[in-house]
Write a new protein. Structure first.
Length: 454
């Protein structure tokens, strides 16, 4: 019986990974399996109480049970194991007997460091809003290489056009050097949103409570201007040539147009109630501004800064994106819209509704493949991602991911789609070739956004 009890605490340790037979991170009780007798606790010896001497033949029933608990940290493993054996003889003249064996052991080893991202395209940056940090994933090995402290509640990370800096929003702005892997500056501006000019010389941060936009010089990482705009600025959309910034003011129902060379407001454009989203066409000729209470798009001619049309705006839009060829606007709807949760598609040539794609879930983001053929839409209230064929406006796949997928990013070659799962504290990597998840990587609490270094 002593050999049998020791076997129930079997632990296999290989390459620093502990595999525990019949044990998990929570306690459980069960009956040992036949395979328990095949392995023994490494270098662990226990001495059970001596069995009573019996000089006569008898029949007994032996019942064995066990429980175990496991505590695991980054570099240690502690197992507590309890085994109980009950002997119930069939003859009344022989007393029953219960034996209990308890084992506690801890293994400690130094964790193996994960190499930092190399080559550059292997870096994935995840802003964790709940744990106030940035997870940096080496996608060559699908492991977190570094975790970097940020301001509280980081919601968005954007990269410098050359990939050398990551700018992370939050209770303050974190400037992270992606080459040397160090934080080079923290700037006292608080916002969920941060945008970088196309030439990488300026960073724009809308300050909701102050009714202003802070502008950073990227060479000095210092605020060089604070531009007064309307009430509750919610976003910043920058034209591709870097000449103008469009700032929808959610509280004053207008859009401030900022001349970037002079860092001043040149005009304020009235729009509908509660504007919050803006997207600029790839050639920079139009700005599409969504205002939430009317579910409408205002179309602004960037040359004249005048509203030239209105267009359907879906239902409580959560995200607004324009295809790479500039022909279509995709709106991820945050509420029921006709056929239920859906994606609204609008033509930029006619500013008319093209179609409504019923995806059965509330979309939170839209990411396009570089070739413009597919759109990936994370569905926040369903643990999946809708894959939309843009040519046919049909859903060709629904990919299961983690809980509350919030944001997606696609590698420059279009091969991989990375999805931040807010409630799952993880990111999922989807292979475009199969539209299947090939890796799930744990990150910090409440990952809100993911970007990939080009």
């Amino acid at each position: 019986m002593r050999r049998r009890v020791g076997a129930m605490a079997a632990i296999l340790i290989s390459s620093g990974v502990a595999l525990i037979s019949g044990c998990s991170t929570s306690s459980k009780t069960g009956t040992p399996s036949p395979t328990d007798s095949q392995t023994a606790l490494p270098t662990q010896q226990t001495t059970a109480p001596a069995s009573p001497t019996v000089t006569e033949s008898r029949t007994v029933t032996i019942t064995a049970s066990f429980s175990c608990s496991l505590t695991q940290t980054a570099n240690s493993l502690t197992l507590t194991f309890l085994a109980t054996s009950s002997f119930s003889p069939t003859e009344s003249k022989t007393p029953s007997e219960t034996r209990t064996h308890s084992i506690t052991r801890t293994w400690t080893q130094s964790p193996t460091p994960v190499p930092t991202c190399a080559p550059a395209a292997a870096c994935v940056y995840v802003a964790n809003g709940g744990s106030s940090n940035l997870s940096i994933i080496n996608s060559a090995v699908n492991l977190v290489a570094l975790t970097v402290a940020t301001g509280a509640g980081p919601a968005l990370t954007v990269l410098h056009p050359n990939g050398s800096r990551a700018y992370v929003s939050g209770s303050y702005l974190t400037v992270y050097d992606t080459i040397s892997n160090v934080t080079v500056a923290t700037v006292g501006v608080s916002s969920w949103i941060v945008r970088v000019s196309p030439n990488g010389s300026r960073v724009f941060v809308p300050i909701w409570s102050a009714g202003s936009v802070a502008v950073l010089d990227t060479s000095s990482n210092s605020v060089i201007a604070t531009i007064p705009v309307g009430t509750n600025p919610a976003e910043v959309g920058i034209t591709p040539n870097g000449s103008l910034a469009f700032v929808p003011n959610n509280g004053s129902n207008n859009v401030s147009v900022v001349d970037i060379p002079t860092l001043g407001v040149v005009v304020t454009v009235p729009v509908g109630q509660s504007p919050g989203l803006v997207a600029i066409t790839p050639i920079g000729s139009r700005a599409y501004v969504h205002y939430g209470l009317n579910d409408t798009l205002s179309v602004i001619d960037t040359a004249t800064t005048a509203v030239i049309a209105t267009a359907p705006g879906g239902c409580l839009a959560a995200y607004l994106a324009i295809t790479g060829n500039g022909s279509l606007v995709f709106i991820a709807n945050g509420s029921l819209c006709g056929c239920g949760a859906s994606v609204t598609v609008v033509s930029t040539s006619t500013n008319a509704l093209v179609t409504t794609i019923c995806n059965g879930a509330t979309g939170s983001h839209v990411a396009f493949t570089p070739d413009g053929s597919l759109a990936y839409v994370p569905n926040y209230y369903s643990p999946n991602v809708s894959v939309i064929d843009i040519a046919s406006f049909s859903i060709i796949a629904t990919v299961g991911v983690g809980s509350r997928p919030r944001h997606a990013a696609i590698t420059p070659d279009g091969s991989w789609i990375w999805v931040a799962n807010e409630w799952g504290a993880s990111v999922s990597r989807i292979a475009r070739s199969t539209n299947a998840v090939t890796a799930t990587i744990g990150v910090g609490s409440s990952p809100w956004s993911v970007v990939i270094r080009p």
